[in-house]
Structure formats: structure tokens, C-alpha cells
Design a protein around this ligand. Structure first.
Ligand SMILES: [Zn+2]
Length: 365
């Protein structure tokens, strides 16, 4: 009887030890996973740039770029002519593909978060590169072709548990010290008009008002859409922003081609191409400005791919069609980055989205 009890006890002990071992190994692996995915490749950038311009083509995968080039009779886009290129892994903490909120949060803060969060994680706001730049006496500009409370611009200036908290986001953007803000208006921002216009900040609702303003800070919030060609384009708003931001302490400017994503969700290939060409014209203007300045870094990338766009073999321009999209949502494909200017040779060829913040931070500080 005693011998059987001992055997039984040994068996129980063996089961307990096994369980502890399994839990320990599993925890170790998941911690390693968190460590690995949270901190990316830890790029070291030794150079300091006076200014950093980050241009985000929302939803812009490599096939969006190639399809646009095909449509443009094979002419290479300006972004593709930049000296350094590579890929960015885009995953957020949520399962499946990232959304713009989580992706912009990662670029703005260096932290991955869950889809829908605006520079916010586990009940806490995450400090953004824009806030850090302002605290250090640098100027900050944000330019987008959709409403400025949308996820990508919001993640640089606001903190919220949900991208849908438009009033909360609008209030924080108005309370922020951002020097230049250009994009579309909405009811929430309009309800704050009396707080936007101050002694040092102009609230402009037309392009003419923007051009006439000589206030220290400016909000240009428009009802009409921002065209891709002609006057008052994203490219000309980018140039206006750059001229306003230039100063001895430097600046950080984020420019978003916001509707590449919307057209891709709709599987509207021509709309996507027009918006991408408008975005690329802004890239060209930013690079020309950086070249003249001599101590500016320009980084062009996307937040994720939208629409699973595929180009058939031997495709020609007249074959381009909405059928090339294979999804109405986001995918987890790596996106491509293109960079010009100070320090860009030190950016690794394959980076995690968390590394984008690390690169900008080391360049600016
Ligand atoms: Zn989207």
C-alpha cells in the first residue's frame, strides 16, 4: 500500500514539475516575442538633422506605386528616386492587419498599440514625437487631405482610447501648440472655432485666408476637398507649411496622402492613382525644399497596404482596372520606405514600424 502511495505521489510531483516547466517556457517565449516585436531592430542613427519631414501615403503598398507608374507611362515616381529604400513591417498588437490609428501611433510614439487607439495604450497616453519636438522648442506641422481629426493626423497631436472619439480628439488638437495644421474641417472643430482663433493663431477656412495670414501659428481647415492638380494642392500646402516652419531650432512635419486608403477600400483604382500622384507631387516639393536646406531628412512611407492590389504579368497601362484589387480591407504586407537627406544611409533595409519613431527621434534630438 505504502509503495503505491509513493508512486502516486511521484506521479503528482512529476505532473506539477511538468506544468511549471511548460508555463515557464511559454512565458519566456511570449516575453521574447513581446521584446522582439516591441523594439524592432533598434537602428542607430548617428547624424542629427535640423528638420524631419515624414510623408505617409495611407494604404500605399508597393503595387499602388507600380500601378501609378504604369498609368504614368512608366515614369518613375519621385519617391522612388530617393537615395535609400527599404521595407517596414506593419503589425499592431491586434490580430490581423493594422489600422491607421495603431500604425500612426507607432510612428508617432515608438509603441505598438491595439487597432483604434490614438497614441494610447493600456489606459495611458503615449508621448508623441510632435509633443517632444514642441517641448524642445522645435516647430511642428501636420498636413492631411482628409479631416484632421482622422486617425493618422490625430495620433501625432491627441490621445484617445478610440479613433471614434472625434470631439475629444478635436479638443486636444485645438489645445495643442501645433504651429501649422492643414486639412479638412468638421462639425466638432467648427464648434471650437472661438478657441482656435487666438492672438497668436489664425483660424483660416479658405486657401486665400491661409495665404494672407501672417500669424505665428495657423489652422487651415477647409470644407472643399484638396485637389491633386492645379492650385491649392497637397504639394502647395506642403510648401506653405515648410516655409512657415523653417527656423533655427528645426521642425517636424507630417504630411499625409489620406485618400489613397479610401479609394483602395472602394477598389477605385483611378481615384487611388490620382491621389497617389498628388501625394508624390508633395514628396517632390518636400525633397526640393530639403535639398535647398541641406540639413533635412525626408522619409516617405505608408501605414499599411489597402486592397491587396495585384498587378497581372505583362500588364500594360490600358489594362489597369478595379479588378486588380483583391480585398476591400487592409493587409499585413510589408510596406516600402523611401528616404533622402541627413542620416538616411544608417536606416536598415528591413525595419519594424516601431523603428520609424526611433529613427526620427535620433535625427531630431
Ligand atoms: Zn483604411
Amino acid at each position: 500500500m505504502k509503495e503505491i502511495d509513493l508512486k502516486k505521489q511521484n506521479k503528482i510531483l512529476w505532473i506539477v514539475v511538468s506544468c511549471v516547466l511548460i508555463v515557464t517556457i511559454a512565458t519566456g517565449l511570449s516575453l521574447f516575442g513581446v521584446f522582439y516585436f516591441s523594439y524592432g531592430t533598434d537602428p542607430v542613427i548617428e547624424d542629427d538633422a535640423q528638420n524631419v519631414i515624414l510623408l505617409i501615403g495611407d494604404g500605399m503598398g508597393i503595387n499602388h506605386i507600380k500601378t501609378t507608374e504604369l498609368y504614368n507611362n512608366g515614369a518613375m515616381l519621385n519617391m522612388r528616386k530617393l537615395s535609400v529604400t527599404g521595407e517596414v513591417m506593419t503589425r499592431s498588437l491586434s490580430a490581423g492587419a493594422t489600422d491607421s490609428a495603431a500604425s500612426a501611433t507607432t510612428y508617432a510614439t515608438g509603441y505598438k498599440t491595439y487597432n483604434g487607439r490614438i497614441s494610447y495604450l493600456n489606459g495611458k497616453p503615449l508621448p508623441t514625437i510632435a509633443e517632444e519636438a514642441m517641448a524642445a522648442g522645435k516647430k511642428v506641422g501636420i498636413v492631411a487631405t482628409k479631416v484632421v481629426t482622422d486617425a493618422t493626423p490625430a495620433a501625432f497631436l491627441a490621445h484617445s482610447e478610440s479613433r471614434k472619439n472625434t470631439m475629444e480628439i478635436a479638443t486636444q488638437i485645438v489645445q495643442s501648440d501645433v504651429d501649422v495644421l492643414f486639412g479638412l474641417n468638421n462639425a466638432e472643430l467648427k464648434s471650437l472655432a472661438s478657441s482656435i482663433q487666438t492672438d497668436t493663431r489664425d483660424y483660416c477656412v479658405s486657401f486665400d485666408e491661409v495665404n494672407a495670414s501672417d500669424a505665428d501659428k495657423i489652422f487651415g481647415l477647409f470644407d472643399e476637398s484638396i485637389p491633386n492638380i492645379g492650385r491649392n494642392t497637397l504639394a502647395s500646402l506642403t510648401e506653405t507649411a515648410l516655409d512657415r516652419l523653417a527656423n533655427d531650432n528645426g521642425f517636424f512635419l507630417m504630411v499625409e496622402g489620406s485618400k489613397i486608403d479610401s479609394y483602395s477600400h472602394d477598389n477605385d483604382v483611378k481615384g487611388m492613382i490620382d491621389e497617389l500622384n498628388g501625394f508624390d507631387a508633395a514628396v517632390s516639393r518636400a525633397v526640393a525644399w530639403a535639398r535647398k536646406n541641406g540639413n533635412t531628412t525626408v522619409i516617405v512611407l505608408a501605414d499599411h497596404e489597402t486592397g491587396d492590389l495585384r498587378i497581372p504579368a505583362d500588364a500594360t497601362a490600358d489594362m489597369i482596372s478595379n479588378d486588380w484589387f483583391h480585398s476591400s480591407g487592409h493587409t499585413s504586407q510589408n510596406i516600402h520606405y523611401f528616404a533622402y537627406g541627413t542620416g538616411v544611409e544608417q536606416i536598415p533595409a528591413l525595419i519594424d514600424n516601431t523603428d520609424v519613431y526611433d529613427v526620427i527621434k535620433q535625427l531630431l534630438f
